[in-house]
Design a protein. Sequence first.
Length: 283
Amino acid sequence: MATVTLEQRAHVIVLGNEKGGSGKSTAAMHVIVGLLRDGYTVGAIDLDARQGTLSNYLASRVAFTRLHEVVLPLPRVQSVLRAELDSRVAAEADERCRFEVALAELSRDCEIVVIDCPGSDTYLSRLGHAQADTLITPINDSFVDFAMLAKVDPEKLDVINPSVYSEMVWEARKRRFARDRGRIDWIVMRNRLGASEARNKRDVGTTLEALAKRIGFRTVKGFGERVIFRELYLQGLTLMDVREAGVGISLGMSHIAARAEVRVLLSAIRKPPPRLTLTSPVA
């Protein structure tokens, strides 16, 4: 079975939650490309390979570079499928082996590995969470998604108790510390923010900050709700590529603001500096 020593181990960034539709894979792709453009060597592991949102995103990116004959920064990629074995014990052993091999292979060449987890509680997702140096949990800015983190009193909006996902992160933190005394820096990303300063938005923010102090995470403003994210997905592009890729999209104020949101997320990640500085620009 593959093992990763402390000397070999890349900085691991995990995108995880237990709810679909929060923009997790979009955030993962923008983190990957942003880090590549900052001079890091980056690996990507798709643990939701059956759905394949991140894998398909990256495949579209490769196809775009070939079709348009442009050079775009690309990560090294591994996908890990769920085992189809009848025995749960055998299936988990198989998944653990293939996950550890993928992480070990990427860690030999990459400074940072970004892991996109399924939007559900699976064994592979738990393996990924337990490897995190940084855990990023995107949530839509509503109490519907907030329920993934904690149960809230509907009248007073006080936090009653953490949810099953928060408890899973706590278990991942314990496993990570027991393995190598490492700690998981948990960032909750308020995603798909609306432009208006609605009461619900303020209430979510206030309650989220109270929960952050209780169970130990940081909050960061995520991405606004913009059509361009869906348009870029089909081409395998991110907001960091628009100008260089020449796709005919003019960068308006909304797009410039969106790029700034990506930079805020990247700057919130506590990561080592890149070992090498890019000596030539990437298109």
